[in-house]
Design a protein around this ligand. Sequence first.
Ligand code: DX5
Ligand code: ZN
Length: 265
Amino acid sequence: MAGGFTSRLSLTKSVGYCNGVDISQMVNAERQRRLPKAGSIEIAPSILSADFARLADEIAAIELADVKIVHLDVMDGHFVPNITIGPPVIAKIRKYSNLVFDSHLMISEPAKYAEHFVEAGADHVTFHVETANEPRRIIDRLHELGATAGICLNPDTPVDSIKDVAPLCDMVLVMTVHPGFGGQKFILDAAKKIIQVREIVGPDIRIEVDGGIDPQTTPIVVSYGADTLVAGNAIFSKPDRVGAINAIRQAYKEGHNIKRRGTRS
Ligand code: DX5
Ligand code: ZN
């Protein structure tokens, strides 16, 4: 699914059938942004640590560093002990950015809400395996809508829980902190699961890692096989956002002599 097309989506109607026309086809036809194909290392700044009163400016600041993806943390105060943003905010910021919107749903009922995020302008939707009774149905629905799909597992959740559905996804998200807050300490044992996930999905599906990623932890997760690096605090706590992103880039370039497990590059 990943890689490919362009164009701007501005859809405000409910997704479904309208006058006999499947609106999901319209979503497909009008969409332009796409998760980059596996094979490159991408940094996905997480706006969780950004100034929420100036979100459009904060996203513009990271665009100056030529990132392709922005990571949007969605929390419901139920699955995780914090509350952030939902589709209305995503729809508003969609007007100000053409970055790939990578929405990370830390919510209890992803089956009920996932398509609302696509409708609002999310290009990629990740949900937690801990919250989904029928993960395959959510993945299929996201694909029908023209979005890419991701499954996520918490630090204490075994890799076995995603082994059947991970190959159906475009990206697997491995949490290296307990979800809910930015600025937490990186959990090395959780990061080690990246190695197992890479064995399951092969080289063509992205593995994203989220939590405590900074220039020190970057070479570790890249060596395990991660290729999509979420970083919140390491970027938005620094006055120079571009410099902070480049410091992470420098860290994986310097660590590049470390063999990257299971990837093509
Ligand atoms: C945590 C979120 C993360 C968070 C990471 O629950 O899913 O995306 O922003 O923040 P840092 O990079 O500060 O650990
Ligand atoms: Zn996240």
